[in-house]
Design a binder for this molecule. Structure first.
Ligand code: GLU
Length: 478
């Protein structure tokens, strides 16, 4: 364990977690963090915990929980404990709050939102940073304001006013932040629900989390969290803040710039093993390896070689990785993918064996399951060749040959070899070359100019379909 050997493992065991907030689909960034946490736990023979951070009651939904669990299952990131829901742990947070109030590391604050806004306004006017001014913080010799009627207090953490918070981030290296930069944050809202920064500390402590992998948007929260760990006498986990993922355009990967949910990629017919392989390389490397299995990732992911700089999303590379896994897919999985993708288009294929045969012919030309379904749909649904293609490829010079071929295909044995013979005889009879003729057949039967080998593709169709499509080109002459 090269990357972590210097750090003693708290609680004596590697335990990691992913803690998504169920306010939407599983974001690709969260999926990558989940992958790192999972692989790290698996590498060390430790445990991986799934925790649902649902304390933002207004924005959390059961539907999002379901989607997150489904995406985790689809990716194969199996957890050893959970899902643990924070909203089911309110008693525990209350217990810790009581203890902190008793020990003086937390206090009630009765300042109203209006009052706090006025405070910040005044600070801004003075050109100061807007920090809570400690008006309700108990201090020796200080007289607190009288408790106002009818104001439900929040509870604030008594953050140390001086000194610094330092930690050695597994990704970013040593980080130090002055306590003067941060204020006494609210840890329990007026309605009794804890805030993220508090619940996360109690949970990571209770769940004996040894290594916290998360997005680096949380770096600024970490000093508070560390101070709370200290206030509670809890051992500190190792923090690993993973840089953000930038979109193709160099901006933060976001919904406005395309698909950011795992679900969207599943729907598009990407494969979970390809997603994992691709996500792993966003901010982590093992030499020059680009394609590796889940088992290799576990063997290699020891917490070292995590990049400090943001990762760049590259849709073309993901497509390439997916195409690689598609080529190696087992027959039953390929069939399942084909069926699922066709089903999404309202096509329910009747013949599994025929569908598999066709999928095996087309998969080398596909990046995704959606690409595969594009090919398969020409076998199972009507095709409509574009007028341009017909005008360009199905000219008078080939129409008589199309009629000849249709005639031959009526009786020939329905297999690639025999179909190939019929095509060759047709070419010879009309003095045509393959490149003059094959595009016409492809456009009419397949609705496209490029396909795998013509005879192999024609053999995938029912004979009647091929005849009907060839003859539809020119009913009078064929
Ligand atoms: N619920 C937080 C999020 O989704 C988790 C942060 C953490 O891992 O501490 O960003």
């Amino acid at each position: 364990m090269s990357g972590t050997s210097a750090v003693p493992v708290v609680h004596g065991r590697v335990r990691t977690r992913i803690a998504p907030s169920p306010t939407g689909f599983l974001h690709l960034g969260t999926a990558r963090t989940a992958l790192f946490s999972w692989a790290f736990a698996r590498h060390h023979g430790g445990e991986f915990v799934l925790r649902i951070e649902d304390t933002d009651v207004a924005r959390s939904t059961q539907e999002a929980v379901g989607q997150i669990l489904e995406s985790m299952r689809w990716l194969g990131l199996d957890h050893d404990e959970g899902p643990i829901y924070q909203m089911q742990r309110l008693d525990r947070y209350r217990e810790v709050t009581e203890r902190m109030l008793g020990e003086g590391s937390a206090y009630r604050c009765y300042a109203t939102p209006d009052e706090l806004e006025a405070m910040r306004e005044a600070q801004r006017a003075r050109g100061e940073k807007t920090l809570y001014d400690g008006r309700w913080r108990p201090e020796p010799g200080k007289t607190l304001p009288p408790i106002p009627e009818g104001v439900a207090p929040v509870i604030r953490f008594h953050n140390p006013p001086d000194g610094v918070v330092s930690w050695d981030d597994l990704v970013k290296g040593p980080i130090t932040i002055s306590n003067r930069e941060i204020d006494d944050l609210v840890i329990v809202r007026a309605d009794g629900v804890p805030t993220y920064n508090f619940a996360v500390v109690v949970d990571d402590w209770d769940m004996r989390i040894s290594h916290v992998f998360r997005g680096d948007e949380h770096v600024n929260n970490t000093p508070w969290q560390i101070n709370m760990f200290h206030a509670l006498g809890a051992p500190l986990p190792v923090f690993a803040h993973v840089p953000i993922i930038l979109g193709d355009d160099g901006q933060k990967l976001s919904k406005r710039r395309g698909a950011v949910s795992v679900t969207a990629y599943e729907e598009e017919g990407f494969l979970p093993e390809a997603m994992l392989n691709y996500l792993a390389r966003l901010g982590w490397s093992h030499g020059d390896e680009e394609l590796f299995t889940r088992e290799q990732m576990i063997a290699w992911f020891d917490g070292s070689h995590l990049a400090k700089h943001p990762a760049q999303w590259d849709g073309a590379k993901l497509a390439w990785v997916n195409a690689h896994y598609l080529k190696g897919l087992r027959d039953d999985s390929l069939l399942a993918l084909a069926k699922a993708q066709l089903f999404r288009r309202g096509i329910v294929p009747a013949d599994d064996a025929a569908l598999l045969r066709a999928s095996l012919v087309f998969r080398d030309r596909c990046n995704t399951g959606a690409d595969l379904a594009d090919w398969l749909a020409m076998l199972l649904a009507d095709v409509s060749p574009s007028a341009d293609d017909v005008a360009r490829y199905v000219g008078n010079s080939v129409r008589p040959a199309l009629a000849t071929l249709a005639g031959k295909l009526e009786t020939v044995e329905w297999a690639a070899l025999a179909i190939n013979g019929a095509v060759k005889e047709t070419l010879a009879a009309h003095g045509l070359k393959m490149p003059q003729f094959a595009p016409a057949v492809r456009v009419l039967v397949c609705g496209r100019v490029q396909t795998p080998s013509l005879d192999a593709v024609l053999a995938l169709f029912p004979r009647v379909t091929v005849l009907a499509r060839l003859r539809a080109a020119s009913p009078a002459s064929l």
